[in-house]
Design a protein around this ligand. Structure first.
Ligand code: COS
Length: 389
């Protein structure tokens, strides 16, 4: 056993952390700025991440994954995001939204057909809940799946789908019975190569620019009955349960961005001189360093704690909604604080594309928005505490 503060890390944890760190520094760091600039999807590095087992860390080896635990997943994702959050987004969706959802709710045949290629990195997976008129209020979607014999006919428009421009498979949430509201939503496994699946407008984003995001249009898409994930009407609960796992991934991503911002600030505060002294000598800077460090370590505790809660849930079946929401809320606000502070400490050069600090700042913002905004996390936590849900 090695150690990491309160958390007992095994040699296996240390080795995946080291492997992710080496890979990120050697393979991602040299290309991150270029992919951010062009907004191209980094196919080569993502393929290599698949070969190393990073695209299905918690998936058992017999389904193409690395067969490790949630803490291993979080440690690896943190290291990747410390170098480039966009690679982290692609990795997070593959692992926690796509593979995790099918491993939890899918049939054996669905696991074989969809998890095996995605966990092994041969194909990319996506998760599609949001629509142009339904974001935080996820239960009000307008897209429809109508049962016709042994299949469903799907029509509608989904938006903000991470990896949609390159995904081979998508976990889709759509309405099968609008009268039942959220209890009328069902989940489906979609093959992007089939007719009726149309990739729509690509989003020109502020940050995580190398992670491709677009709309998807369904135009009379025929989905066979055996591709329904779970029972009819169970879609909303599946979406929420899967997002609980996803939020731990985003929290780990935020932790990585915060750490990168901190490391850059620390080096700069030690080296840069002004008014005849190192700028770290000024309390205006040193107190910011103290606040960043403290918030980052508090985030780490929440993120690793949420990972352990998810790991326990594999045996008990209990929900880890609260742990995931607290980790995401605190870590994402810490990422934004740390990145904002890092730009300020660096001054002019922090605003320049010569350094990655401005990229951390742009990338950090999304962690407060996707997979549930900070407001939604506060809603989830407070409702549970007040016993309102
Ligand atoms: N796990 C399992 N079930 C859950 C759940 C979870 N984490 N959260 C809610 N549910 C269940 C509830 O138990 C309830 O079940 P019943 O129908 O049996 O009563 C049902 O889902 C509806 O829950 P609730 O009444 O809380 O739904 P609301 O419409 O009030 O919505 C919020 C709840 C706002 C928390 C939810 O819509 C949400 O998380 N929105 C954000 C969506 C999001 O993250 N979008 C980003 C997409 S990915 S980029």
């Amino acid at each position: 056993m090695a150690g990491d503060g309160l958390f007992p890390l095994t040699d296996e944890h240390e080795s995946i952390r080291q492997a992710a760190r080496n890979f990120a520094q050697k393979e991602i760091a040299p290309v991150a700025a270029e992919f951010d600039e062009t907004g191209e999807f980094p196919s080569k590095t993502i393929k290599k991440m698949g070969e190393l087992g990073f695209m299905g860390i918690e998936v058992p080896e017999e389904y193409g994954g690395a067969g490790m635990d949630t803490l291993a997943y979080v440690l690896a994702l943190e290291e990747i995001c410390k170098v480039d959050a966009a690679h982290g987004t692609i990795m997070s969706v593959n692992n926690s939204l796509f593979c995790n959802g099918i491993m939890k709710f899918g049939t054996e045949a669905q696991k074989q057909k969809y998890v095996v290629p995605v966990a092994s990195g041969a194909a990319i997976g996506a998760y599609s809940l949001t629509e142009p008129m339904s974001g935080s209020d996820a239960g009000t979607m307008r897209s429809r799946a109508v049962r016709q014999g042994d299949e469903y006919m799907i029509n509608g428009r989904k938006s903000w789908v991470t990896s949609a421009p390159v995904a081979k498979y998508v976990v889709l949430f759509t309405m099968t019975d609008p009268e039942k509201k959220h209890r009328g939503i069902s989940a489906f496994l979609i093959d992007a190569d089939k007719p009726g699946f149309v990739r729509g407008k690509k989003e020109p984003k502020l940050g995580i620019r190398a992670s491709a995001t677009s709309e998807i249009l369904f135009e009379d898409y025929h989905c066979p009955l055996e591709n329904r994930l779970g029972e009819e009407g169970e879609g909303f609960k599946i979406a929420m349960a899967v997002l609980d796992a996803g939020r731990i991934g985003i929290a780990a991503q935020a932790l990585g961005i915060a750490e990168a911002s901190y490391d850059a600030s620390l080096s700069y505060a030690r080296e840069r001189e002004a008014f005849g002294t190192k700028i770290g000598e000024f309390q205006g800077i040193s107190f910011q360093i103290a606040d960043m460090k403290t918030r980052i370590e508090a985030s780490r505790l929440l993120v690793y704690n949420a990972a352990l809660a998810k790991e326990r849930a594999k045996k008990t079946g209990e929900r880890f909604t609260m742990e995931a929401a607290m980790a995401k809320l605190f870590a994402s606000e810490t990422a934004m604080f740390a990145a904002h502070t890092a730009v300020q400490i660096h001054g002019g050069i922090g605003y320049s594309k010569e350094l990655p600090v401005e990229r951390y700042f742009r990338d950090a913002k999304i962690t407060e928005i996707y997979e549930g905004t900070s407001e939604i996390q506060r809603l989830v936590i407070s409702r549970m505490e007040l016993g309102l849900r």
